[in-house]
Design a protein around this ligand. Structure first.
Ligand code: NI
Length: 228
């Protein structure tokens, strides 16, 4: 499932992020690339232990914590602390698959995170740059994603993906990975669709007796499938 979640960050938060990132200490993006993807990767990235990355990463995590669509779609078990990247001057990232498991050693985290889901949160406006599309290939075909500032795309970590060259301006984004309670994309999709339908029914027919039963089915499926 590929999901566009709008308005993760508001205008004030975006302005704050952009100001902090403009003055930050960018490094070569290959610092977090695996052996294979290092060959394809050409961008700038904040080191994981950079104070700006840590500060803004917390801001992003707080915003995700308040977003019920994110919670329902990802069913997060662990979230790898958000990272930040920048593409400009023709930089790109060729087709690759993200590492399956990531260790947040630099920030003192010892737990591995299985990258069930990948997320990209766009921090500046698509009018600010040419190119920079996130192209994702999966069972749903090829999708080209370029979102408004503050919007996020969530997609399976198993997907092949790339970022096309940024030929004008710069593209600034946050990216991170999520280990879900549900390992399989198909299961996450079913649970998300059921949750969306339950919310509509709760709004439209709040007193219908079957709602309690259906909500029970949702939770009992989650109990049966969840990987904790
Ligand atoms: Ni990637």
């Amino acid at each position: 499932m590929l999901l566009h979640i709008p308005n993760i960050l508001n205008a004030e938060q975006l302005a704050h992020c952009r100001a902090r990132l403009a003055a930050a200490g960018w490094a070569d993006g290959r610092i977090t690339a695996g052996h294979q993807s290092a060959k394809a990767k050409d961008n700038a990235q904040l080191p994981e232990n950079d104070p700006v990355a840590i500060e803004l990463g917390k801001l992003v995590l707080d915003a995700l914590g308040r977003n019920s669509t994110f919670f329902s779609a990802a069913l997060p078990r662990r979230i790898y602390p958000p990272l930040f990247n920048r593409y400009a001057g023709g930089q790109s990232f060729g087709f690759h698959v993200d590492n399956a498991v990531r260790y947040d050693r630099s920030r003192g985290g010892s737990e591995p995170v299985r990258t069930d889901l990948s997320a990209t949160l766009f921090l500046n406006s698509p009018e600010d740059y040419d190119g920079g599309e996130l192209v994702i290939e999966d069972t749903f075909g090829t999708q080209s994603v370029k979102l408004a500032a503050g919007d996020m795309v969530l997609y399976p970590g198993t997907s092949l993906h790339r970022v096309t060259p940024v030929t004008r301006g710069e593209r600034v984004a946050s990216f991170f990975w999520i280990q879900s309670l549900l390992r399989e994309d198909a299961q996450r999709r079913l649970m998300f669709e059921m949750d969306v339908a339950l919310r509509v029914l709760t709004r439209d027919v709040p007193d219908h007796p079957s709602l309690v039963q259906l909500t029970g089915v949702y939770h009992n499926l989650l109990r049966r499938w969840s990987d904790i």
